[in-house]
Design a protein around this ligand. Structure first.
Ligand SMILES: [Fe+2]
Length: 321
């Protein structure tokens, strides 16, 4: 990981704040930055980790009661081997997830949630992350001399998604839970190499580690967890908007220890109808335009479906029992 900066969400109040130029410098290296956010609600974050630990610790039959419906809905539980973030390997990811898209502006039936506490905690945390993301979006708008709410207004929540990710521990090189759930060809890679789809991702991780970012020379660099910090990385659509000023860099999760790992991702993805084109204010001088116009919905849906299809293909070939 390249950079680490303090980020104060109240930066907008300061005239002549250096925050935009600081964030610009940090993101230009590889699109990854570790933000130290002293004022973030870390007690709430702890409660989210506690709820996630409780949920993933339940029997598989219970978790499957809250099964993921479809990529169009993007809500619910997915089990071991249900997704392959790197479709080229033919090997699915070794993780369980609980995905929650647009939980503030969309009614999700009570029975889709594991408990009332879980629901309340997640909805509150979704709102808290949205606040931090909005401040970052305004910061990026300032970098590109764009109207303050240029990016905020493209994110009503339609595609904004909170996701809990659980990577099981290991016994004898195999996932330590769920008999008969699978043998994986490369169990040391828990989530395959991929780029994120949207504008940016905020990632909270426990102290187990394992997240790696690919450097220009192809080698993998560890992102060491730091207390009271959130990892921000720019995704495919931000790379498009900025003509790669802010790159969408490949990353993966490697097994770092035999104990389970838990992380929480907040995907800040634009509304489906948003037209994505290179923005002159963010484009670096002298670099030719690398992208053709698309819409956010087209890109996000295509990527989601591809990761599920790749996992289904791997299951059919017998990578997963
Ligand atoms: Fe990712």
């Amino acid at each position: 990981m390249s950079q680490s900066i303090s980020f104060d969400p109240g930066w907008v109040e300061e005239s002549r704040s250096e925050m935009p130029s600081r964030l610009d410098r940090a993101l230009r290296e590889d699109g990854f930055v570790q933000l130290h956010c002293a004022d973030f609600d870390w007690r709430l974050t702890r409660r989210v980790f506690d709820q996630a630990n409780w949920f993933f610790g339940q029997a598989l039959e219970f978790k499957q009661t809250f099964a993921y419906g479809s990529a169009a809905e993007n809500f619910g539980f997915q089990g071991l081997g249900d997704e392959a973030l790197d479709p080229t390997t033919g090997v699915p990811d070794v993780k369980e997830t609980f995905t929650m898209r647009n939980v503030v502006h969309r009614e999700v039936d009570d029975h889709r949630w594991p408990s009332t506490d879980f629901r309340q905690t997640m909805v509150q945390f979704y709102g808290t992350c949205f606040g931090l993301a909005s401040s970052l979006m305004r910061c990026i708008a300032a970098i590109g001399s764009l109207p303050e709410d240029y990016f905020v207004s493209a994110h009503t929540g339609e595609n904004v998604t909170l996701r809990l990710l659980y990577y099981p521990g290991s016994v004898g090189g195999q996932p330590s839970f769920g008999s008969g759930l699978g043998r994986f060809a490369t169990p040391e890679i828990l989530a395959g190499a991929h780029t994120d789809y949207g504008m940016m991702t905020l990632l909270f991780q426990d102290d187990v580690g394992g997240l790696q970012v690919q450097s220009m020379d192809g080698s993998w660099l560890d992102i060491v967890p730091q207390p009271q910090s959130v990892i921000m990385n720019t995704g495919d659509l931000m790379a498009h908007w900025s003509n790669d000023r802010f790159p969408s860099t490949s990353h993966r999760v490697r097994r770092n220890a035999d104990v389970a790992r838990l992380s929480i991702a907040f995907f800040c993805d634009p509304d489906s109808k948003t037209e994505i084109d290179v923005l002159p204010g963010l484009k670096e001088e002298g670099r030719e335009v690398r992208y053709v116009k698309t819409t956010a919905g087209e890109h996000i849906h295509r990527k989601l479906v591809a990761t599920h299809a790749a996992a289904a293909g791997a299951r059919a070939k017998g990578s997963v029992d």
